[in-house]
Design a protein around this ligand. Structure first.
Ligand code: FMN
Length: 177
């Protein structure tokens, strides 16, 4: 198989779980990225896979991700995002548009993650508090916004290994083409 590299950001472990499942299937490198380290994406000759949680309707660490993508050369960039929302039609496209100034050449798949407030960093806890406060003060919340409020109140795990199947097949198709 061609050269594939997977990098991910994960604060409470749900994106990390998918990252490991996907890397296992593809037998590729799987590296966690952080603000403090420069990520070497030179192993991604064919496909660079990037995983990150959804924070406030966009990929967490989107600036770092855009910087990494700018070093990806000719590799196809395939992102996956995890959140507490349902995997409904249109979600991947809206995340793609909200997260990248130039989404051409980048694809995005949404996978249901989970919520674990105990593992959140203080900074993210504050961000979530503000997001929830804003939503609670809004009138006429959409069903999606109501679900976000409910699912960021109590811990929950919505991950499912079966859901990686089509993402993995798409990566393999990209490598062969
Ligand atoms: C500050 C904050 C904002 C969030 N915003 C969203 C959101 O807009 N949509 C969504 O589906 N999930 C949202 N979530 C839930 C996370 O995306 C979800 O818990 C994710 O699977 C966590 O991944 P991780 O364990 O890899 O950090 C938010 C969580 C936090 C802490």
């Amino acid at each position: 198989m061609g050269r594939i590299q997977l990098i991910y950001h994960s604060e409470t472990g749900f994106t990390e779980r998918y990252a490991r499942w996907i890397a296992n299937e593809l037998n590729c490198d799987c590296v966690r990225f952080d603000k403090s380290i420069t990520v070497d994406v030179s192993k991604a000759d064919d496909v660079l896979i990037i995983g990150s949680p959804v924070h406030g309707g966009e990929l967490a660490r989107k600036r770092d991700i855009e910087r990494i993508v700018s070093h990806a050369g000719q590799a196809q960039v395939m992102c996956f995002a995890t959140g507490v929302a349902e995997a409904e039609e249109g979600i991947a496209n809206s995340l793609l548009k909200a997260s990248f100034t130039d989404p051409t050449r980048i694809s995005l798949t949404y996978l249901p993650g989970g919520f674990d407030s105990e593992k959140l960093e203080q900074r993210t806890k504050t961000l979530l508090f503000l997001l929830r406060l804003m939503l609670k003060h809004r009138r006429n919340l959409s069903e999606k916004q109501k679900l976000l409020l409910r699912r960021t109140e109590v811990s929950g795990d919505y991950t499912d290994k079966e859901l990686i199947g089509s993402f993995v097949s798409e990566v393999m198709r990209q490598v062969k083409s």
